[in-house]
Design a protein around this ligand. Structure first.
Ligand SMILES: NC(=O)c1ccc[n+]([C@@H]2O[C@H](COP(=O)([O-])OP(=O)(O)OC[C@H]3O[C@@H](n4cnc5c(N)ncnc54)[C@H](OP(=O)(O)O)[C@@H]3O)[C@@H](O)[C@H]2O)c1
Length: 226
């Protein structure tokens, strides 16, 4: 109540002072006609909320300090790393596999070997490599990890193919091979055929002489899919 009464009194003081404003000298960094002098500071401070704690989702690009390349490590300069839907899911917190935070996202990609540790024999600077098994953190310029997680890739492959071969093509193959046994001239039916997995599946069955019937939803960009 005291604060309200003071606020009302201060408002009156402010209203009373308003006609004077036109004649006040220009505000300097240390004003003599300060808000305190007008008696309004306490009235406004009553509207400040308490300090708050919040969960803040922030996308940051940070400089990561150099790390030691140990004898079995390979330092890879990343050339391309896609945004897979599973990356989005894990940022949303709904992907079953969750990294310890803070974390660098990106599960697949392709890079060029930059440096190798003294015990590494099968990889050399300049080799094209992909992470396999999939590892977190391809959305960065240099990655240092044990040689066992890097697989050499054909240098003549298009970069965009190499960067996206680790997730969707194997899933298409698993769908074809894990549930049934297909022979040439068999047919498969799939929905969601415009998806990356669906497109991979179409290419794989075609190369095996298997027919595919592809169900897609009606879209204005249908021509680009054909
Ligand atoms: N288990 C695993 O390790 C694994 C790995 C990879 C993928 N996957 C799964 O495989 C599926 C495809 O993945 P992807 O990366 O290839 O997906 P994607 O390229 O993002 O494609 C998504 C597909 O879903 C369709 N779609 C989206 N919303 C729809 C709706 N409301 N009605 C009808 N169709 C809809 C899209 O059709 P339009 O083109 O018409 O939009 C498109 O065909 C996903 O379910 C993914 O989770 C699983």
């Amino acid at each position: 109540m005291a604060a309200v009464a003071r606020a009302t009194a201060s408002s009156r003081a402010l209203t009373k002072s308003l006609p004077l404003l036109g004649r006040l000298p220009k505000l300097s960094s240390a004003p003599t006609h300060s808000a305190r002098a007008l008696g309004i500071v306490r009235a406004f401070s009553a509207l400040v909320s308490p300090p708050s704690r919040a969960v803040v989702y922030e996308q940051q690009v940070v400089e990561v300090p150099p790390v030691l390349v140990k004898e079995n490590d390979v330092c890879v300069r990343m050339l391309a790393a896609p945004i897979n839907p599973s990356d989005i899911n894990s940022i949303e917190g709904v992907y079953p596999v969750r990294p310890q935070l803070p974390a660098v996202r990106g599960r697949e990609g392709v890079g060029e070997v930059h440096l190798v540790g003294s015990a590494v024999k099968d990889l050399s600077p300049g080799d094209l490599v992909i992470p396999s098994p999939l590892s977190f953190g391809t959305w960065q310029t240099y990655i240092v990890k044990d040689q066992s997680v890097w697989q050499k890739f054909d240098k003549n492959s298009p970069i965009e193919y190499a960067a996206t071969i680790s997730i969707n093509p194997p899933i298409a193959l698993r769908m074809l091979e894990d549930y049934t046994s297909l022979e040439p001239r068999d047919s498969i039916v799939q929905n969601g055929a415009t998806s990356m997995v669906g497109r991979c599946l179409i290419q794989i069955v075609k190369s095996c002489g298997i027919h595919s019937i592809n169900v897609i939803r009606d879209r204005c960009s249908l021509e680009s899919f054909q």
